[in-house]
Design a protein. Structure first.
Length: 73
């Protein structure tokens, strides 16, 4: 089973996003002088998951609740 894919990690430049290992950028397990695979947010922008079909369902759904005019605080 694949790990959950972070939508907006704090420091995506520190990790290789090419597989489920998520290796540190300076110690890639795949070796052979390969380069780090960038996170989509680094290439497309912070709203990368809103465009196209990535097959990622958000873990948290934000729902706007209308205010109740009868509510007293």
């Amino acid at each position: 089973m694949a790990k959950n894919f972070p939508i907006s990690p704090k420091h995506p430049e520190r990790i290789c996003w090419g597989c489920d290992r998520y290796c540190p950028a300076n110690s890639l397990a795949c070796g052979n002088g390969s380069d780090r695979t960038m996170h989509p947010a680094e290439m497309i922008g912070d709203d990368w998951y809103l465009h196209g079909d990535w097959g990622i369902d958000p873990l948290i759904a934000v729902v706007q609740v209308p205010e109740d005019p009868d509510r007293k605080d």
